[in-house]
Design a protein around this ligand. Structure first.
Ligand code: FAD
Ligand code: SF4
Ligand code: SF4
Length: 424
């Protein structure tokens, strides 16, 4: 069969990962007329951004932007998406891929109205991973308040128990289907964009920083959840050990990043994230003292530098240039941070109520390699091979990035995917 020059080989673009980058690629491609399939492993779209309280530097809630994207997806018949879905295998070549996708069971079908009766009926409680285990939710649950799709999930942990039957009986809409099982489907796509994003680096691996040994040492993503109104404390930043208000807080920058033993690269966003976090703290606790231990503060570009300067002007915030050597519990369950001040040369030991580790980003593909013929850096980021084409990485799958960079990059990868479909 002869092809017409410029005609699409296959009209479909597959986007793996439904975080902000995947949503952007999908919308940009669909809104100029291409069919798009999003494959997302979580039961909801939105990725890590759904866990953030506010965006730097404007300090607006990410839920606004996500809501707009979800509305655009709902209104666009060209976009289909699968949640609880993972790519198992990719065969083929640019313009003509065959993709096997595993669909994991939600045990709740499209009849779900979100009435919450299954949650009320369920007795078992399980760790809430959305809140990094800082609280629990029922075995039947909505992943979070703004979840899209707004469909409940029955955890596999309660399948086969009396609780699962209780959920089924409580549902007046015949939405609980305990017979659902995993299945594999095969789909065709002309181009694939991998937008599989990042995971917070496992702070427990950085032994000298004490995470996991002392409850009042938390990570920056945990702080995002503590500060969120739909988080485990209703938005109040409290000490995990006793639920009291912290009066002094220290941030440890580069926790794991720029360290050959952990993440050798700069994670790009964690200086800005800690500066943003000081605004969360100062708003809730106007008298609290904040210390930021840093190697270099990185606030690239005019808007970020302006934000940094505003925080520097705050007399309650102290910046200490020095790599932290240890974080340990002091008597009375305070936490002591030990560092050498590289400007004065003095050894500093400071005891505070709460320590926040500014942990960095590790590409999701570092833990579980993507099942496709892709190139990776040593650290697990996907390298874009534009000469080969066909498959591209967008957002934090490709490099550590903020939302603005992720969106710009994701828009570019939508164009690369479109070019794969139209060129021969
Ligand atoms: C503490 C902290 C605060 C931050 N605050 C800000 C801020 O205020 N402003 C800002 O601009 N940026 C901020 N960022 C950065 C921001 O979180 C990222 O830029 C953004 O999440 C990148 O989006 P993404 O879509 O590339 O990745 P992700 O958000 O990680 O989304 C990836 C998606 O892919 C899915 N996925 C992963 N693997 C697979 C697979 N194999 N199959 C199917 N699906 C898969 C995931 O479940 C997820 O939904 C912050 C980061 C941190 C650590
Ligand atoms: S599954 Fe049934 S009981 Fe649970 S929220 Fe949905 S409609 Fe309500
Ligand atoms: S952004 Fe800041 S805290 Fe994060 S790795 Fe780079 S220098 Fe360190």
């Amino acid at each position: 069969m002869s092809e017409t020059k410029g005609a699409p080989l296959s009209g479909t673009i597959m986007v793996v990962g439904g975080g902000i980058s995947g949503l952007t690629t999908a919308l940009e491609a669909a809104e100029v007329g291409y069919d798009v399939i999003i494959v997302e492993k979580n039961p909801y779209l939105g990725g890590r951004v759904a866990q953030l309280n506010q965006y730097f530097p404007k300090l607006c809630p990410p839920s606004c932007g996500l809501e707009i994207n979800f509305r655009r997806i709902k209104d666009n018949p060209r976009i289909k998406f699968f949640t609880l879905a993972e790519v198992e295998k990719v065969d083929g070549k640019p313009g003509d891929y065959k993709v096997s996708i595993r669909l994991n069971p939600r045990y709740v079908n499209e009849n779900c109205t979100g009435c919450n009766a299954c949650t009320d009926a369920c007795q078992a409680e399980i760790s809430n991973e959305f809140n990094f285990g800082m609280d629990k939710h029922k075995g039947a649950y909505l992943p979070h308040e703004m979840a899209f799709p707004a469909r409940y999930v029955i955890s596999p942990q309660i399948i086969g128990t009396e609780d699962a039957n209780r959920c089924k009986e409580a549902c007046a809409y015949d939405a609980v289907d305990l017979e659902m099982s995993a299945k594999t489907i095969e789909l065709n796509a002309g181009a694939i964009v991998w937008a599989t994003g990042w995971e917070p680096y496992d702070a427990a691996k950085i032994e000298n920083l004490g995470f996991g040994r002392y409850p009042n040492i938390i990570t920056n993503m945990m702080l995002e959840r503590l500060a969120s109104k739909n988080g485990p404390t209703g938005g109040k930043i409290l000490r995990p050990s006793d639920g009291t208000e912290p009066k002094s807080i220290a941030f440890v920058q580069c926790a794991g990043s720029r360290d050959e033993n952990h993440l050798p690269y700069c994670s790009y966003i964690c200086c800005m994230a800690s500066l943003k976090h000081t605004t969360y703290i100062r708003e809730q606790y106007p008298d609290a003292a904040v210390s930021i231990f840093y190697i270099d503060m990185r606030a690239p570009g005019y808007r970020y530098e302006k934000f940094y300067n505003t925080i520097k002007d705050d007399e309650k915030v102290t910046f200490i240039k020095g790599k932290v050597a240890a974080v340990e519990e002091a008597s009375g369950d305070g936490i002591t941070v030990t560092a050498e001040d590289t400007i004065s040369g003095e050894k500093i030991r400071q005891t505070v109520d709460l320590v926040v580790l500014a942990t960095g980003m590790q590409p999701s593909a570092a833990a579980s390699k993507l099942p496709a013929d892709l190139q990776f850096t040593e650290d697990g980021f996907v390298v874009n091979d534009f000469e080969k084409g066909g498959m591209f990485a967008a957002g934090c799958a490709n490099r550590p990035a903020d939302v603005m960079m992720s969106n710009q990059n994701a828009t570019g990868m939508a164009l690369k995917a479109i070019q794969t479909l139209v060129k021969r």
